[in-house]
Design a protein around this ligand. Structure first.
Ligand code: MG
Length: 448
C-alpha cells in the first residue's frame, strides 16, 4: 500500500471577487473543479460536482469515471431545475489510489496504482525524476486546434480563446470521461490544478517550485502565490499529492520503467437513460455569493453544442460572406475610382524637354497614377517670362484642358509684351514729346 502526503491551496486571484474553484482532498481521492456560469452558478457547479464525486467515488478506475459521470448528472439536474443556474458547468480532474487487492487494479507489479481522470481543462501533472509531465489532455478549443495542426503549442499559450473548453460537467445529461492509470513510485508528486495556475505560470517555473519545496502545502501555496504574481486573472487552485512510500517498488523501478505507467487513455462512453450513471441525490449545497465571472459557455461534445463564438468557423462561402466580400470590393472600387478621378481630373502646364506642354493629371502624380502628356505647345521655356517660369517648372494646375490652353496663350502674350516693352518705352518720349518729361525716366530716353 502506498503512503501519501498532500497539501493544497486556492485563491480568488487579483481580478475576480469570488472563487468558483473547488477542491477535494480526502485521501485516497483528490480533485479540482473549476466552475463556470454567472450569478454564482459556477461556484455552485464546482461544489455540487465535488460533493457528488466525494459521495460516489469508489477506489477503482471504473469507480472514479462513474463518479465523475454522476457528478455531471448532479450538476445537469440542478441546472435544469433552477433557472438561475441554467448553463452552469464545471471542469473536473481527479485522482484516486486504487489498491491492488481491489477489482479494477491493474498495477504492473500487483501494487497500488493511481487512476487519473478529467473532463475540461483542469490538469493533472506528474512530477517524476525532477521532470514535469502533463497526464491529462485538455478538452479545450486551443487543444483541439493544436491537435488539428492549426495552432502551435506556443500559440495556444497566448490564444485569446484559450479559456474556451469543449467538454465540461453539467451541460448535457451524460459526459465522456478520459482516464489514465499510473504506476506510482516514491518521490512522485501529482499536481492537480485549475487553469488559473498554468495560464499564469509556465511549466518550467512550476517544475522549479516542485523541485524546491518538499512540503506539499508549501509547494501548493507558492504556486498559487506565483499565479497571483503573474497576473492572478483567474481563480487558482492547486493540490499536491506526494507518494512518500511505494511499498518497495522503487527499489526495482529501473527494471520496470518500461511498464511503470500504463497510461493508456480510456474514454467512457456516455449512455444516458436507464443504464446511465445513477443521479446523485445529495441535498443542494448552500449558495455562495451572487457574482460569477463566467467563462465562455462550454459544450460537452463539440459537434453538438460547441458555442458559436468558440467554434472553428467552417470555411464555406455563405451568403453573408459573399455579401461582405461584395461590400469590401465595392468600397475598394469606390476608393480606387475616387483616387483615379482625383489624379486624372485636372491638367497642368509644365515642361517637356525645353518646351512648355500641357499634361493631364497632377504634377508629380498621385500614387501609381502618373500624369500624361496631353499636348505640346510652340512655347519654349526660355520664352516664358521669368516671373512665371517657376510656376511652369513646378506645374501650373488648371481645371480643364481649355483653361490650360488659355494659360499658355497668356504666357505667350505676356512673353511678347515683356520682350517688346523696352522698345515701346524707348519710343514713347519721342512720340509723346508734348508730355512733361518724367524726371526718373528722362535720362534713359531723352538725352540722346
Ligand atoms: Mg479557471
Amino acid at each position: 500500500m502506498i503512503a501519501l502526503r498532500h497539501g493544497s491551496a486556492s485563491d480568488t486571484g487579483v481580478v475576480r471577487t469570488i472563487n468558483q474553484d473547488c477542491s477535494l482532498v480526502e485521501e485516497p481521492l483528490f480533485a479540482v473543479a473549476d466552475g463556470m456560469g454567472g450569478h454564482a452558478a459556477g461556484e455552485v457547479a464546482s461544489q455540487v460536482a465535488v460533493e457528488a464525486l466525494r459521495r460516489n467515488a469508489e477506489p477503482t478506475a471504473d469507480g472514479l469515471v462513474h463518479a465523475i459521470r454522476v457528478a455531471n448528472r448532479a450538476v445537469w439536474e440542478k441546472s435544469a431545475a433552477e433557472p438561475a443556474m441554467r448553463g452552469m458547468g464545471t471542469t473536473m480532474c481527479a485522482i484516486v489510489v486504487v489498491p491492488a487487492a481491489l477489482p479494477g487494479a491493474e498495477g504492473a507489479d500487483g501494487s497500488d496504482t493511481v487512476v487519473v481522470a478529467n473532463v475540461g481543462d483542469s490538469r493533472v501533472y506528474l512530477f517524476h525524476d525532477a521532470e514535469l509531465e502533463q497526464i491529462t489532455e485538455d478538452h479545450s478549443l486551443v487543444e483541439d486546434l493544436v491537435r488539428e495542426g492549426r495552432l502551435t503549442a506556443e500559440e495556444a499559450k497566448t490564444h485569446p480563446q484559450r479559456n474556451v473548453v469543449t467538454r465540461v460537467l453539467g451541460i448535457e445529461e451524460d459526459v465522456e470521461v478520459d482516464s489514465w492509470q499510473v504506476v506510482p513510485y516514491a518521490g512522485d508528486r501529482f499536481l492537480l490544478c485549475s487553469d488559473g495556475l498554468f495560464n499564469e505560470v509556465d511549466e518550467d517555473t512550476i517544475a522549479g517550485v516542485l523541485r524546491g519545496h518538499d512540503d506539499p502545502s508549501e509547494a501548493a501555496s507558492e504556486l498559487v502565490r506565483l499565479a497571483n504574481a503573474g497576473g492572478g486573472r483567474d481563480n487558482t487552485t492547486v493540490v499536491v499529492v506526494d507518494v512518500v512510500d511505494d511499498g518497495g517498488r522503487a527499489g526495482t523501478a529501473s527494471a520496470e520503467l518500461g511498464t511503470r505507467r500504463s497510461t493508456t487513455k480510456s474514454t467512457s462512453t456516455p449512455s444516458p437513460g436507464p443504464d446511465g450513471p445513477t443521479p446523485d441525490r445529495t441535498a443542494p449545497l448552500a449558495m455562495g455569493a451572487t457574482e460569477g465571472a463566467a467563462r465562455p459557455t462550454d459544450a460537452n461534445r463539440a459537434a453538438k453544442r460547441r458555442p458559436a463564438h468558440a467554434a472553428p468557423k467552417p470555411r464555406r462561402l455563405t451568403w453573408r460572406v459573399a455579401l461582405f466580400a461584395l461590400a469590401v470590393l465595392a468600397v475598394l472600387g469606390a476608393a480606387g475610382g475616387a483616387t483615379t478621378w482625383f489624379a486624372r481630373s485636372t491638367y497642368f502646364v509644365g515642361v517637356e524637354g525645353e518646351e512648355v506642354a500641357i499634361f493631364r493629371g497632377r504634377p508629380g502624380g498621385v500614387l501609381w497614377l502618373q500624369p500624361t502628356l496631353a499636348e505640346r505647345t510652340d512655347l519654349e521655356l526660355g520664352d516664358v517670362p521669368p516671373a512665371r517660369r517657376g510656376d511652369v517648372e513646378a506645374g501650373k494646375q488648371e481645371a480643364s484642358l481649355a483653361d490650360a490652353r488659355r494659360y499658355v496663350e497668356r504666357l505667350e502674350t505676356s512673353g511678347t509684351t515683356t520682350t517688346t516693352a523696352p522698345v515701346t518705352t524707348a519710343t514713347a518720349p519721342t512720340t509723346t514729346a508734348p508730355a512733361p518729361p518724367d524726371p526718373g525716366a528722362a535720362p534713359a530716353t531723352s538725352t540722346p
